[in-house]
Design a protein around this ligand. Sequence first.
Ligand SMILES: Nc1nc2c(ncn2[C@@H]2O[C@H](COP(=O)(O)OP(=O)(O)O)[C@@H](O)[C@H]2O)c(=O)[nH]1
Ligand SMILES: [Mg+2]
Length: 443
Amino acid sequence: MAGMFEQLSERLERMMKFLRGEGTVTEKNMAEALKMLRLALLEADVNYRVVKDFEARIREKALGEEVLRSLSPAQQVIKIVRDEMTGILGGRQKPLIFASRPPSVFMLVGLQGSGKTTTCGKLARWVSGLPKSPLLVSFDLKRPAAQDQLKTIAGSLGLPFYEMTAARMASPKEALKDLLLAASNKGYDPLIVDTAGRLHVDEDLMAELRLVKDILAPAETIYVGDAMTGQDAVRSAQAFEDRIGLTSVILTKLDGDARGGAALSIVSVTGRPIKFIGVGEKPDKLEVFHPERMASRILGMGDVLSLIEKAEEGADREEAEELARKLRKQEFTLEDFKKQIVQMKKMGSFADLLGHLPQVGPLKGLSKVQVDDRKIAHFEAIINSMTPDERQDPRALDGSRRRRVARGSGRPVHEVNQLVKQFLEMRKMLGKPQVRKMLGGLK
Ligand SMILES: Nc1nc2c(ncn2[C@@H]2O[C@H](COP(=O)(O)OP(=O)(O)O)[C@@H](O)[C@H]2O)c(=O)[nH]1
Ligand SMILES: [Mg+2]
């Protein structure tokens, strides 16, 4: 995953660094930043029109009153970039649509080699975790033998496979109706249908897919596109959308050195959301697509730095520096944690802040440190009931001290335990070399 959109991230980071260095936002330095942004996106093979719209929206917002009057305009611009990027990636995460009457048919379409068959297996595996009972089938009038690959995948996953014999396919409509009947009789849901592919979009293929679609009336017609092929994947998605009609997109091979162009263009161009991404050949290499997290990933480290800057804005600068020093030296105590909590209340929710971190590497664990805003108030009360010594090192809190703290704060003992545990986990996380490297940006 480390390589995902690496070059784009690097270039965008340079732009953000430039903006941060500028402090104030003027038409002149915005023009320069927008140029950097434009070049970064074009180089990542993002659709030209998408780049143009993206740039226009950012210019308009960045030069708006609110930004210019804010305390930290550059920071605001970076936030605008991230929000707009989340927008072009589709905004909110869109779940799969299931039919109100099973079986829900998920029909996967796309060019040959895009990853349809592999993705059918991944998707079947994923939905069975919901849990659902998927049935896999492959429908290819020209190459009935194409189903062997899916049959093997189904076998290795221990999932049911519906055999579509050549004899049956001689009358395709009846074959498809039988298939639907079999799936609903046995209570399978969803029915995941692999379809024929070609190297290029051709009329023959489209006719075959329309036939399948007419009879199966899929809840999801999913375009599977190879992200490595960039704008080609976007163009063919558009062709499938025009001729067949799509409901969603799955991009594959994002584990490779895809430049990002397909992901950043396909939603705007086709109007269809990306629901999953393929990040490897193995059946478990399918991830739910979260536009916001992807934007954070693309903006990479810069985003983490901006998060820290946001913290700095709210906090007294000296305190922030002191905190950074402590984090580096692993002297972070509950007392500091409490100060952070108070700061965070000023800045907005902790959960929200954590949501801005890319969910990768050592930071993955941080999202597990669950803190909602009400809990923060409880945490504060608990910490207030501790002695200074205990705040320095919560490991000193034995059972009877924990009960005392619980009584003092009016919170149950298990909450005290939870706080101590989460704090220690957080401290451990913050002590990891990679995280400390990120924090190293703070002097
Ligand atoms: N690295 C990587 N390879 C993938 C991914 N998805 C599919 N592939 C590979 O792409 C090739 C074509 O996949 P296949 O499912 O046969 O494509 P189809 O012709 O559309 O059915 C196979 O070698 C797959 O293993 C992915 O997300 N990452
Ligand atoms: Mg195939």
